[in-house]
Ligand binder design. Structure first.
Ligand code: PRX
Length: 643
């Protein structure tokens, strides 16, 4: 690692960074020596409170009990909107860029206020109260943000489900948190193609009897079925709604939202975030990690259905009174210059995207980038998966023309906000490293005996203490919260990732240590895909592993053992691939599917994934010991028949 090139901090003469190197070290020390004092100061600076808190933090990792700012009263939508109206009513809060390059909308903070209040009143009119769960299954139109903020305004708990998920996945999530209201659109549009959201919702709801209201935002003029009892045409309904709605007074620890994410077991986990800590942490990280300066245009390309969309399209930027760009489309429509054209069109200063998009655009060639100006760019961010040094260099040299630092941010749905990341004015960069911890974050690397490793090391990445943005529980299953994150290494939060630390104290994330894949920056549980496969009548048994993929980071490799009497065929292979896409969503579509007469198992019947992974990775020399297998010959056959 000593040969890695280090890039010095880029000094941009036009900007005084919020945090320079000395300030980083000073503030970091304060944040870990007296965390309560530090966070108390930040909470005064970043959040408007209706009533002060009684206790800054109360954390016990041994019991998985975490609270921040207990007793404090506030409202997230008030913090993201109302408090800016005094100075910024006419300032643009949201720039919406449609899938079609001719479509755009500019929404001021005053308009955002009015739209959110109308949505909040509409929810109230349908009986939604504080604490009720509301599911949001939407395309990337401004209404997805209005709906989220409207829930926050009245104290309802939103659960956004990514619009690319299937009816089945939507149903499971609605049922798990007992959402009784669903907000959706007639259809979405991405890359010129319609996504049938309402039709998917109708299918999901046939098994969700408790859903009494579906608010439908008609935006595509799509041909949809209509249920008079249940469906509401939101654009008509909102005409009767007042543009004022008093924000509900929420306790710091009241739930703000649930967001489902994949784990190593089949059922997705409802990650629960609460009010004050999440708001503070997203606001503060947004300002410091991207060095956001007043009046800048900021663009995060994530979807609202993922945590990145929650924290860094809506909550963090809006809490800071920023202008945030919401993009409906995809990176390569109408052409592979789209991202760079949007940057020029709206004068974007800060751009935050995923390595998978960077790799795909890199493969499309430099010309598509070079024909655009990109002079407005100042900071380039990366999130969701490790960024390989080659993609890092391309992002830095070609997109940013060596003028913009690459901010590689490591974090998780569970952490609420960015945990390990450079700061533009404070950190020299090494391609592929997320560098150093954010304020208040104390990472450690543990060996398999749970011993903390010093200095240069490689181990399980854990956190020694809490930070305000940390998840508080798994919806409806606190025991699972404890078991997943706190049981393996008692007294620590375990991220599920492995990491290395170099001689400069920089962290290098090495990837998941559990059965979770990261496909195009989307988290997928192998068990989820396996469960979907065995639902198919032809499948007896399935095992799913990841393998290196040039664009996606990881690809999905599936081994399928068919039922007695079933014949493998190309047709069946296609059918099984389509079956997974239908059960979970297109993002879970296997890249490779190998039929196997048998899978390698231990004598106790456990599938040896380590071996399957090595075969999928084309690394059979390092397959290791197969002597504990019930039938070692199985492995030879799998290698011969490898795709
Ligand atoms: O393995 C890490 C990887 O993505 C996982 C979290 O996925 P999710 O909860 O979907 O959140 C993604 C957006 C925050 C992590 O456990 N990951 C995320 N960011 C990075 C990363 N791996 C390496 N480098 C990163 N910058």
């Amino acid at each position: 690692m000593s040969e890695v090139k280090t890039y010095p901090i880029i000094n941009n003469p036009q900007y005084e960074p919020h945090i320079d190197e000395d300030t980083y070290h000073r503030m970091y020390q304060q944040s870990v020596l007296d965390p309560d004092k530090f966070w108390s100061r930040m909470a005064h600076q970043f959040v408007d409170w209706f009533e002060p808190w009684e206790e800054v933090s109360n954390v016990d990792f041994k019991k998985a009990e975490i609270s921040w700012f207990k007793g404090g009263k506030l409202n997230v939508s008030y913090n993201c909107i109302d408090r800016h109206l005094k100075d910024k009513a006419e300032h643009t809060a949201i720039i919406w860029e449609g899938d079609d390059p001719d479509h755009q909308r500019y929404i001021s903070y005053q308009e955002l206020h009015d739209e959110v209040c109308r949505f909040a009143n509409a929810l109230k009119a349908r009986g939604v109260k504080k604490g009720d769960r509301v599911c949001i299954y939407m395309p990337m139109i401004p209404e997805v943000g209005y709906a989220m903020l409207a829930c926050a305004r009245i104290g309802a708990v939103h659960s956004v489900v990514f619009g690319g998920f299937s009816p089945e996945a939507l149903k499971t999530r609605i049922l798990d948190s007992d959402c009784q209201v669903l907000i959706t659109a007639d259809a979405g549009v991405r890359g010129g193609k319609q996504v049938p959201l309402k039709a998917n919702a109708d299918e999901a709801l046939s098994s969700c009897p408790n859903v009494h209201t579906v608010m439908v935002v008609k935006s595509q003029n799509a041909d949809i079925a209509w249920n008079e009892q249940r469906d509401i045409d939101y654009n008509e309904f909102k005409k009767e709604m007042e543009a004022e709605c008093a924000p509900e007074v929420m306790d710091a620890e009241d739930p703000l939202f649930i967001l489902y994410t994949s784990g190593s077991t089949g059922k997705p986990k409802g990650v629960l975030h609460t009010t004050a800590g999440y708001l503070l942490y997203t606001a503060m990280t947004h300002k410091y990690v991207f060095d956001y300066q007043d009046d800048e245009i900021y663009w995060c390309t994530a979807d609202a259905g993922w945590i990145t969309g929650h924290s860094y399209i809506f909550y963090g930027p809006l809490a800071n009174g920023a202008t945030t760009l919401v993009f409906e489309g995809v990176p390569n429509y109408p052409t592979t210059s789209r991202f760079w054209e949007v940057i020029d069109k709206h004068n974007v200063s800060i751009f935050y995207t995923a390595p998978t998009a960077i790799r795909a655009l890199m493969a499309a060639g430099d010309e598509a980038v070079k024909k655009t100006s990109r002079q407005s760019l100042r900071v380039l961010g990366s999130v969701g998966e490790p960024i390989n040094p080659e993609a890092w260099e391309w992002y830095f040299n070609v997109v940013g023309e060596q003028k913009c630092p690459i901010i590689d941010t490591w974090w998780q749905t569970e952490t609420g906000g960015i945990m390990i990341s450079p700061l533009p004015g404070a950190t020299s960069l090494k391609p592929g490293s997320a560098t150093r911890p954010f304020f208040g974050v104390q990472p450690a690397l543990l060996d398999t005996d749970a011993k903390e490793l010093d200095g240069v090391a490689n181990g399980s990445l854990v956190m020694k203490n809490s930070w305000p943005g940390q998840m508080r529980s798994i919806w409806g299953d606190h025991q699972r919260f404890y078991d997943t994150y706190f049981s393996q290494y008692p007294g620590y939060y375990f991220s599920g990732d492995g990491a290395e630390r170099d001689a400069d104290g920089y962290y290098w994330i090495t990837g998941r240590m559990d059965d979770v894949l990261n496909v195009s920056g989307h988290r997928m549980g192998t068990a989820e895909i396996e469960s979907a496969l065995v639902l198919h009548p032809a499948v007896a048994e399935a095992a799913v592993v990841g393998y290196p993929h040039d664009i996606k980071g990881q690809g999905i490799y599936v081994y399928v053992n068919l039922m007695q009497g079933q014949q493998s065929s190309e047709e069946l292979r296609n059918e099984l691939v389509a079956h997974v896409a239908k059960e979970i969503g297109p993002i879970a579509k296997p890249d490779k599917l190998q039929f196997a007469d048998d899978l390698p198992k231990t004598r106790s019947g456990k599938i040896m994934r380590r071996i399957l992974r090595k075969i999928a990775e084309d690394d059979v020399e390092n397959i290791g010991d197969t002597s504990t297998l019930a039938e070692p010959a199985v492995v030879e056959k799998l290698i011969q028949e490898k795709l």
